[in-house]
Design a protein around this ligand. Structure first.
Ligand code: CAA
Length: 248
């Protein structure tokens, strides 16, 4: 599709498996897409490859776990692209381990990167969305925030917290044409999931009625759906995309 859509989308954690798929999908759907990165070497290689593949997407540095760094990133993007219409809070990490072994830094790293980042980035874009009477905040949570996961007290707490944020902010900004939604992916074929020990991963996939991992493009398609003009009455919702692993 030709780039006819004037809306600008910022995707945090753009260089990861899900982030990359989202960048491609939204670019194909005509959005102006910008991404966020944390590691410079990875970002340079990513931009080169994406350009070669037909996705000329610019990345901006920002440590989303840091309020001021997130603010600087948003200012730089706004200076160049005008404004941000859709924010996809996608950046996330894991530091898996049973609570009895969990180091305090592994707790804080996950809460800061996966949950505090949602405040840090959203706080800097929300006023502009309210002023323009249009906005989309899409928070990428996880099935493990819905059901819990052995070895993920930090991750599950952060991912569950995201949806509390979604529901509350959705109420605050609904009358300004700004929607706030959560997507809760199950086990998707990304580097993060492939790092789970093979035996454990096989056991998890065996519990998925579809009997397979999800594809990154499947999540990216849902992001594009929620970013669209047509979903203007959808807010405060949580979309599960997990192959039937957790139904409720
Ligand atoms: N339920 C119940 N008991 C379990 C269990 C489970 N799911 N998994 C392990 N155990 C038990 C083991 O049987 C073992 O018991 P015994 O001591 O009696 O033998 C005990 O717990 C210790 O197991 P491990 O040796 O595996 O413990 P560990 O401390 O070495 O490793 C772990 C723990 C790091 C959490 C490892 O089990 C693991 O990596 N699990 C996968 C966690 C996971 O799914 N992460 C998802 C990452 S991807 C992601 O997060 C994306 C997303 O949104 C989905």
């Amino acid at each position: 599709m030709e780039n006819s859509n004037k809306r600008t989308v910022l995707i945090t954690g753009a260089t990861g498996g899900l982030g990359t798929a989202m960048c491609k999908e939204l670019h194909k759907d005509g959005y102006t897409v910008v991404g966020n990165y944390h590691t410079k070497e990875k970002a340079v290689a990513w931009m080169d490859q994406m350009k070669k593949d037909g996705y000329p997407i610019e990345l901006f540095y920002g440590d989303v776990s840091d309020y001021d760094s997130a603010g600087k990133m948003v200012s730089e993007i706004e200076a160049k692209y005008g404004h941000i219409d859709t924010l996809v809070n996608n950046a996330g990490i894991t530091r898996d381990g049973r609570l009895i072994n969990m180091k305090v830094e592994d707790w804080h790293a996950v809460i800061n990167t996966n949950l505090n980042s949602v405040f840090n980035c959203t706080r800097h874009v929300i006023q502009g969305m309210i002023d323009r009477n249009f906005g989309r905040i899409i928070n990428i949570s996880s099935v493990n925030g819905q059901r819990g996961q052995f070895g993920q007290t930090n991750y599950s707490a952060a991912k569950a917290g995201m949806h509390g944020f979604t529901k509350s902010l959705a109420m605050e900004v609904a009358k300004y044409g700004v929607t706030v939604n959560t997507i809760s992916p199950g086990y998707i074929a990304t580097d993060m999931v492939m790092a789970v020990p093979e035996k454990v991963l096989n056991q998890i996939v065996a519990q998925v009625p579809m009997g397979r991992l999800g594809g990154t493009h499947e999540v990216a398609h849902l992001v594009s759906f929620l970013a669209s003009e047509e979903t203007s009455f959808v807010t405060g919702a949580n979309y599960s995309i997990n192959g039937g692993q957790h139904v409720y």
